[in-house]
Ligand binder design. Structure first.
Ligand code: IMP
Ligand code: MG
Length: 176
């Protein structure tokens, strides 16, 4: 397995077995919460693709799946301006939207997407983030489902990248 990216060492943070268990718990909770609802999962590309793929297979309900693509991190590890690259194609009005994100950091990305979706008047709106970073934020974001709360370090794996590398790693690593 890859142990470094661009000369930076990777240290194991969350093992794939732990991830699998957590994703099942989230799927079970979502299944209970969305019984009789019109659930539309919107995954945020690219980082959310693996989490969404695993999560939907643990949800025992009829669901529709869509994606939104934004680019935020233009420089390897520094946040830049957020740009909408692909809008979801599914109708949003009067539907139960669950946004699926890999990682909440500053909240800038989720704020941008949340406001975009809310402007289309969904019946309900919730956020499911695989990871959230433990830090103080200027932007207030309510995350309804959280996989793991992690320290404020740069991580890679399970969909998240470091300079576009490492998305395929089955575990989460801290980039040292
Ligand atoms: P935010 O807008 O600062 O909350 O950043 C959100 C996006 O930046 C996430 O969707 C991630 O894709 C990416 N990101 C933030 N922190 C990391 C990290 O530690 N590793 C990889 N990607 C990250
Ligand atoms: Mg992302």
């Amino acid at each position: 397995m890859v142990k470094e990216i661009r000369g930076r060492k990777l240290n194991l943070l969350i093992e794939s077995s732990e991830i699998k268990q957590k994703v099942c718990e989230l799927g079970k909770q979502i299944t209970e919460d969305y019984k009789d609802k019109d659930l539309v999962l919107i995954g945020i590309l690219k980082g959310g693709f693996i989490f969404l793929a695993d999560l939907v297979r643990t949800i025992e309900l009829k669901t529709e799946i869509d994606f939104i693509r934004v680019s935020s991190y233009k420089e390897e590890m520094y946040p830049g301006d957020i740009e909408l690259l692909t809008e979801p194609q599914s109708p949003i009005k009067d539907r139960d939207i669950l946004l699926v994100e890999d990682l909440l950091d500053t909240g800038g990305t989720l704020e941008f997407i949340r406001d975009l979706i809310l402007s289309n008047e969904p019946a309900s709106f919730k956020i499911c983030a695989f990871m959230t970073k433990r830090k103080t934020r200027d932007i207030a974001i309510d995350v309804d489902y959280v996989g793991f709360e992690i320290d404020d370090k740069f991580v890679v794996g399970y969909g998240t990248d470091f300079a576009e590398q490492g998305r395929n790693l089955p575990d989460i690593y801290v980039v040292e």
